[in-house]
Design a protein around this ligand. Structure first.
Ligand SMILES: *Cc1c(COP(=O)(O)O)cnc(C)c1O
Length: 526
């Protein structure tokens, strides 16, 4: 198994192909593309495997999937199993990602920061730990370092999950910037109360999330600085994060079929249609579902659930991928602020991967032709703010994904309605997924699909305790925070915090960049 960049246009077949470790260490490819497995192996056949797999624990399913994507000479069986098991011990549910029966909500938020990103970042943290702690083989072709500094910016969930995934790791320092006083109080408290010496929160006063992101870009874009401090990124385009997220689709699919007594069914056409509705921002979570389906899991529809930042929904409708225009001269003002902030994005970075796979099929499995096409589209996106996909690529997208866009009012209404009906409290991101799944059910008859034979699973991407503002808007009386928030979130309120503050004065971003650079230099002391 090797990985290639979506923008690798080299005609020489072996050029730029990487193994798993180098793919994970690289994150983004040097040519600006994302790494994809050139061929996705079929690893699952329902008639042959379902009965056995549905009796496996979460870690065993993860192991079987990951094994096919990580060559044994890079990580052997015992090592891989140990990394997987270590990654899911910090989850407070023994099933790791339980499907809640009554409403078929797939709860992905039982990890240490109570958002689904823990499923991937706990694993990525342990992978880094493993790669950095072991001696590198003498014939290693790349310049792999044994210490890294992870640098990132966050508007909330990612930074927290990265910090909890990397805290206490011996060979990693983690620097996470957030815009001071502009992330939710729950998230700020969660990140800054981690006091491990390798964790460095940087609050940037007077900055927005995009300013923080820009500081990361400037520092990462300086090759000397990047090399000197072995800077690494753990953002959602890292391949190991996508791989980690495939597991719960298998686990949830098998759990529902088992609940229906169908784990032994040999005739796949007799299985009900099982759809997944996925609250979507950067397209990492639903991309993992696409890969799981490619691996052989007979998933029904994949439903992209977006808030008013609906670039993906518009693409599925029109075949045109177009950034919204900004009302001001600052492009980031085009982002709509919603009740589901983890999905407030302009473009969905991981969409490039699925575009590559569609282009790969469209251009007769010619990897170079696919990369030339992707490169062209990404260039147009940068220059013109849009591109139009060829009909064959758009058709594949339409056949693979359904999509819905859900406004704040409908999100809040869904939280209120579900609480009233079932007593279950949805977080606002999950509520966007629930509304999308409900709307999808309404389309079934017109598509000549029997609604009786359709089951929907909505991915719950965060605990409602992380986003109480929307919950209280939906249920203004009679519900206390302690009643729906996990205990550690309730308890964290008074804990001591530690952060370094840097200040952006006026538009002087260069000073902020220099200040952050000095924080790294002072901390790492090189
Ligand atoms: C990150 C996040 C999402 C969006 O996931 P993507 O993989 O970026 O599409 C949705 N909900 C929550 C709570 C998140 O933290």
């Amino acid at each position: 198994m090797q990985y290639r960049s979506t923008r690798n246009t080299s005609p020489i077949a072996s050029n730029g192909l990487l193994g798993f470790e180098d793919t994970v260490r690289a994150g983004l490819a040097a040519d600006g593309g994302l790494y994809v497995p050139t061929e996705v192996p079929t690893i699952f056949n329902y008639a042959e495997n379902a009965e056995e797999w549905s009796n496996l624990e979460y870690c065993q399913v993860a192991f079987r999937i990951f094994r096919k994507f990580i060559p044994a000479h890079e990580i052997n069986d015992a090592e891989l199993l140990a990394i997987v098991e270590k990654s899911y011990t910090a989850f407070d549910d023994e099933k790791v990602t339980p499907v809640v029966k009554m409403v078929r909500i797939l709860e992905l938020w039982h990890g240490p920061t109570f958002a689904f990103k823990d499923v991937a970042l706990q694993f990525l943290g342990n992978l880094f730990d493993f790669f950095l702690s072991r001696p590198q083989p003498a014939d290693s072709q790349s310049e792999r370092t044994t210490r890294i500094a992870v640098l990132g910016a966050t508007s909330g969930d990612t930074g927290g999950a990265a910090i909890y995934g990397l805290r206490g790791k011996r060979n990693v320092d983690v620097f996470i910037m957030h815009p001071k006083n502009r992330i939710s109080p729950v998230q700020e408290q969660q990140m800054t109360s981690v006091l491990d010496p390798n964790v460095h929160n940087i609050a940037v006063d007077g900055a927005t999330f995009d300013d923080c992101q820009e500081i990361v870009k400037v520092l990462m874009g300086n090759p000397e600085f990047k090399k000197k401090y072995s800077l690494a990124a753990v953002n959602s385009i890292n391949w190991a994060r996508i791989l980690a997220q495939t597991t719960y689709y298998f686990v949830a699919y098998l759990a529902v079929m088992k609940e229906l007594g169908l784990e032994g069914e040999k005739d796949v056409s007799k299985l009900p249609r099982l759809n997944f509705a996925v609250p979507t921002g950067n397209f990492g979570d639903i991309l993992a579902a696409y890969y799981a389906k490619k691996m052989g899991l007979p998933i029904g529809d994949l439903i992209i659930a977006t808030n008013n930042n609906d670039i993906l929904h518009r693409f599925i409708q029109t075949g045109i991928y177009e950034k919204p225009t900004s009302p001001t001269t600052n492009p980031s003002d085009a982002v709509r602020i919603t009740h589901s902030p983890a999905m407030d994005i302009l473009v969905s970075s991981n969409f490039e991967r699925v575009l590559w796979h569609f282009a790969h099929e469209h251009y007769d499995r010619d990897a170079v032709a696919a990369s030339i096409a992707v490169r062209g589209w990404m260039d147009s996106l940068k220059i013109d703010g849009r591109f139009e996909a060829p009909e064959g690529v758009w058709r594949r997208a339409r056949e693979t994904f359904r999509s819905h866009t859900v406004c704040d009012a409908d999100t809040v209404a869904a939280i209120g309605k579900w609480f009233g009906k079932t007593g279950y409290v949805l977080d606002p991101h999950t509520a966007v997924g629930v509304v999308s799944a409900e709307r999808e059910i309404e389309t079934l008859v017109a598509r000549e699909i029997d609604p009786e034979k359709v089951y929907s699973v909505v991915l719950a991407t965060a605990s409602p305790g992380k986003f109480p503002e929307a919950v209280f808007e939906a249920v203004p009386v009679g519900l206390k925070y302690e009643e729906f928030a996990p205990e550690p979130l309730v308890r964290q309120a008074g804990l001591p915090k530690r952060m370094i503050t840097v200040t952006v004065v006026g538009n002087d971003r260069q000073k902020a960049v220099d200040d952050v650079r000095r924080v790294l230099e002072a901390t790492l002391g090189l």
